[in-house]
Design a protein around this ligand. Structure first.
Ligand code: URA
Length: 253
């Protein structure tokens, strides 16, 4: 990867690039706070180059295609689900969004207030940071699939309970079965613990490639974007995780 591109990705992730005071100035644009979801008045960053190798050959967003019967049926099941009490307290189910043939599947925790209102995962501040993380990997949001452990917003944004996650699990497993992603990126403790059936902290689960289910889908754990908003000093570690996911994707080409 050339230096300019590497800088661009690091800037997009919000990782501070340190430079020796006496070092010659690079001929690249200064760091852009592209991962900062706060609106800013600076000039927008130049178009992002794609990561190498292009991890996604199919670029047609699912929304522009007629939905396949399997997906329609699953969407309907989720919409009508009453397997746990969460549906009582939420506005609508949040099924998931993106390319149904994506090579990368991102799994978060649960819809929050914004997601509950809009019916789409990761549309709030954490979602903006997730989008920037994906861009840093070379993906547009539409090129991956994004889902959550539970499809209904827990009251007051509390963590989903174990039994709620279990009730919702068949829907997520069916989504995984239909998508057949090459890599799963589990963002945050709730996603990682439920998928890996573990009670370890994220810090103990990240840094290696796990595998999920009989299909042994490579699974990489990283910090939740909401956590990264509160703890920006861990963005560098998150970038390492994203690179690990990217190298898994490259291996699976
Ligand atoms: N956090 C999540 O884990 N999922 C969302 O959809 C939004 C915020």
């Amino acid at each position: 990867m050339d230096e300019q591109r590497r800088h661009y990705y690091l800037d997009a992730l919000g990782v501070t690039r340190w430079q020796l005071r006496d070092a010659p100035q690079p001929a690249v644009a200064p760091a852009q706070p592209a991962l900062d979801p706060e609106p800013h008045r600076e000039a927008p960053p130049p178009p992002l180059p794609r990561a190498e190798p292009a991890p996604q050959a199919v670029a047609t967003p699912a929304s522009s295609q007629a939905e396949k019967p399997d997906w329609r049926a699953l969407r309907e099941q989720v919409r009508n689900c009453r397997r746990c009490g969460l549906r009582e307290g939420c506005t609508q189910t949040v099924f998931g969004v993106g390319d149904t043939q994506a090579r990368l599947l991102v799994i978060g925790e649960a819809p929050g207030a914004d997601e509950d209102r809009q019916g789409e995962p990761f549309v709030g501040r954490a979602g903006q940071l997730l989008n920037a993380m994906l861009l840093a990997m070379g993906f547009q949001r539409e090129e991956v699939f994004i889902a959550n452990i539970v499809k209904c917003r827990p009251p007051n944004n509390r963590d989903p309970r174990a039994e709620e996650a279990l009730s919702c699990e068949p829907y997520l497993m069916r989504q995984i079965e239909l998508i057949q992603p090459r890599v799963i990126l589990a963002v945050g403790r709730i996603a990682a613990q439920n998928l890996l059936k573990s009670d370890l902290a994220v810090g103990k689960m990240r840094g290696r490639v796990h595998s999920l289910g009989e299909a042994r889908i490579p699974l990489v754990v990283t910090y939740h974007p909401a956590y990264l908003l509160r703890t920006p000093e861990h963005k560098g570690r998150a970038w390492q995780d994203l690179q690990m996911a990217l190298s898994q994707l490259r291996e699976s080409v």
